[in-house]
Design a binder for this molecule. Structure first.
Ligand SMILES: *Cc1c(COP(=O)(O)O)cnc(C)c1O
Length: 221
């Protein structure tokens, strides 16, 4: 068994059956992704639009590609034709552009709203209040080519586990609250947890974890 296959197995063994694993393959070459694919992994996360587009063209068509990085509006067009889920929608302006491009290609694109809870100002996202305010049946109805699937968030990068848990709990609480106001049941995804904190995220109610380093090793930028 290859190392990547073993690592995937080890991670899957720690996840409840209803928590999905996104293997974050950014900065890793197509051959590395193929190794994970051959081990059975079908869902991969990337953070740069053109890198994602290139890998989509090189790799098997049954891969589910997730976009997890900051997405510039002028790059939306590269991924909208095929992307399965955009985790990182961090502004209304970006939603407007995804709607425009999705309509152009005749797709409905699944999206998560990225919500900022970490105590670091380098991270993008809606504030808790802005997300709460935005998520009404009325607002959502103005985006017929976007399916609002849930929320994505990151905790602070700190050794203080209590703080990390508190931030994940805030995201979970927001998710439950917003879900109650949404028009249908497709708002079902809470994407939180990375290599170093995913067990705490799952404990706090995550339904989707995004794990890179633990599967593929350190990235070389
Ligand atoms: C890179 C990245 C990850 C994966 O991080 P690891 O620490 O390598 O598991 C998860 N989520 C987002 C948004 C990322 O940019």
């Amino acid at each position: 068994m290859s190392t990547i296959a073993q690592r995937l197995d080890n991670i899957l063994a720690t996840l409840p059956a209803d928590v999905r694993l996104v293997a974050v393959s950014k900065f890793h070459p197509a051959e590395t992704i193929r190794e994970a694919y051959n081990a059975g992994q079908r869902c991969f996360g990337e953070s740069r639009a053109q890198e994602l587009q290139a890998k989509y063209q090189q790799l098997p068509q049954d891969i589910e590609w997730h976009f997890i990085g900051h997405l510039q509006t002028n790059k939306v067009k590269y991924i909208v034709p095929f992307v399965s889920l955009i985790h990182s929608v961090d502004s209304v302006r970006l939603l407007d552009e995804i709607e425009r491009q999705a309509e152009r290609v005749g797709r409905v694109v699944d999206c998560l709203l990225e919500v900022h809870v970490a105590q670091e100002d380098t991270k993008y996202g809606f504030s808790l209040d802005d997300c709460r305010e935005f998520c009404t049946a009325e607002n959502v109805a103005t985006y017929p080519h976007i399916r609002f699937r849930g929320i994505m968030g990151m905790a602070s990068n700190t050794d203080d586990d209590r703080q990390v848990k508190r931030e994940f709990a805030q995201l979970k609480q927001l998710f439950d609250e917003v879900r109650g106001n949404m028009p249908d049941a497709s708002f079902d995804t809470l994407s939180m947890g990375m290599s170093h904190d995913y067990l705490m995220a799952v404990e706090q109610g995550s339904t989707m974890v995004r794990i890179g380093t633990t599967i593929f090793g350190e990235r070389v930028y």
